[in-house]
Design a protein around this ligand. Sequence first.
Ligand code: MTE
Length: 367
Amino acid sequence: MWDKRSDMVVHEVDPYNAEPPPEAIADLPLTPTDAFYSRNHGPVPDIDGRTWTLRVDGLVGSALDLSLDDLQRRFEPTTVVATLQCAGNRRTGLLAVRDIPGESPWSGGATSTASWTGARLADVLRAAGAEPEETAHVAFEAPDVSRDAHPAQPYGSSIPLAKGLSGEVLLAWQMNDAPLLPVHGAPVRVVVPGYIGARSVKWVQRVTVQAEPSASYFQAVAYRLLPPDADPANQPGRGFALGPVALNSDILRPRDGDTVPAGSTEVSGYAYAGEGRSVTRVDVSCDDGRTWTQADVAEPDGPWAWRLWRSVLDLPEGRHRVTVRAWDTTGASQPESAASLWNPKGYVNNSWARIELRAEAVRRACL
Ligand code: MTE
């Protein structure tokens, strides 16, 4: 389905919502497109790139209407490696604390990394005569109508104009050196490195500079962090809109519950910190956080990509709980437990990641 691996964990068929098994994204700086998670609030639209246009308007000098050809020829193409992470990644950890009605049980696969090629949003905004304005926003509109929203409405979102003018945000038409697939936003999507995936609007058809954040349900009601006692029903403006991704990390190999040979076992995963921060260290513990050893952390593929880490553990026979936590450039680390993070929509579980392993003595066959 949608050119994905057959072993994707499909939370919903229509709209299509699916995450890869952890081993499909482990140890790879770039996630193969057929394993990249996909999160959709409405049916995937079928848009013809030959007739698609992008409207750029609002607080700009002169509104623009750009075809795909205009976008590709008038603006210098740029490639950025960026990790996308859904705010609902690792929701299962929050569900273990308390139920979250109406939200899918995303595990740790709602995060993936790709190289994205497109025009810089900043260049397009400048061509329309947008001026830097500290408190302004850039809103994005797409045509896919979501019945998750109240009332049903097309998907939309926004980011601060300062981020939009930073040169980091792309209007991308390629993913991993190939044209975008329909399920990932063809012909053109926004890619906002360092921000939760919800801000990277797919099938974008309008970009508006405006004084206020987007009034879309997906900015004003969903993708906001609510206090634990809040009613998650339609209450525009409650809590705060999520933007930059919180420092987080996960163990991708081996899988939770696996049996491994006693002795040395390699454990690996990723760590990622969004806008304004980067990962400086990853620690692994085999005794539930009493003692830690530093993992080997690979250089990232640029400032917006996850950092892959690995650690070789010496596990005697028996059961083990392996825990990981990361640190960022501000000296901050991750919260120990998901219990203190529970919120009514189940966003941002960046607590320590844990897996249980059973180490068994290797029995050699008698020859
Ligand atoms: N854009 C549109 N138009 N419609 C959507 O439903 N989902 C958002 C974002 N952009 C969405 C969208 C969310 S919540 C995420 S996490 C990312 O797209 C997922 O991008 P992907 O499907 O390419 O992985």
